[in-house]
Design a protein around this ligand. Structure first.
Ligand SMILES: Nc1ncnc2c1ncn2[C@@H]1O[C@H](COP(=O)(O)OP(=O)(O)OP(=O)(O)O)[C@@H](O)[C@H]1O
Ligand SMILES: Nc1nc2c(c(=O)[nH]1)N=C(CO)CN2
Length: 154
């Protein structure tokens, strides 16, 4: 299945956490098929906190959505993620953005990710690796990405 995953870090060695999370996601059931550059982004959501580094990857996985979510959560825990403040600072956050064309509305797993189309820190790196993508809302990614809002590190 074609899946897009968003990663974010704004505590500690952000490059290390992003790299380790991506390495940990790759395995016999999940291949990384594309990876965006890293973007440095202003915190979204109204909490005063350090700048984030964000990245989006595409994977090809045979795992079901909940199993993939649990893999992501184990990696978050291993990399020192503590759940303190909603939308607050974290060593690593791993979100399932789009899982093929699946829709899921449980608290544990919402697919597609509910804030997908409101977050430039997701949309801009997503467009980098999937410029032809039609979003779950039916709009093309090019229509919804605001120009010049977030920038890659290099
Ligand atoms: N698509 C999804 N990807 C990751 N976690 C999800 C998803 N949908 C629901 N969740 C649930 O959301 C919870 C994550 O809460 P968390 O504290 O990480 O939210 P957040 O990262 O602060 O906010 P946001 O989910 O808006 O990025 C987890 O318990 C997880 O089960
Ligand atoms: N720029 C940016 N802002 C955020 C981020 C993030 O990854 N990047 N994650 C959040 C919690 O989900 C809240 N705000």
């Amino acid at each position: 299945m074609r899946v897009f995953i968003g990663l974010g870090s704004n505590l500690g060695d952000r490059a290390y956490y992003l790299k380790e999370a991506i390495l940990a996601l790759a395995g016999p059931d999940t291949k990384i098929t594309a990876s965006s550059r890293i973007y440095e982004t202003e915190p979204w959501g109204g909490i005063d906190q350090p700048l984030f580094w964000n990245q989006v990857i595409e994977v090809d996985t045979s795992l079901e959505p909940l199993d993939l979510l649990h893999v992501c959560q184990e990696i978050e825990l291993r990399l020192g993620r503590e759940r303190k403040v909603h939308w607050g600072p974290r060593t690593i956050d791993i979100d399932l953005l789009i899982y093929d064309n699946r829709v899921n509305e449980s608290e544990e797993l919402k697919l597609p990710h509910p804030y997908l189309e409101e977050r430039a820190f997701v949309l801009t790196p997503l467009r980098e690796i999937a410029p032809e993508l039609i979003l779950p809302s039916g709009r093309s990614i090019n229509e919804v990405v605001g120009e010049g809002k977030v920038h890659p590190l290099s």
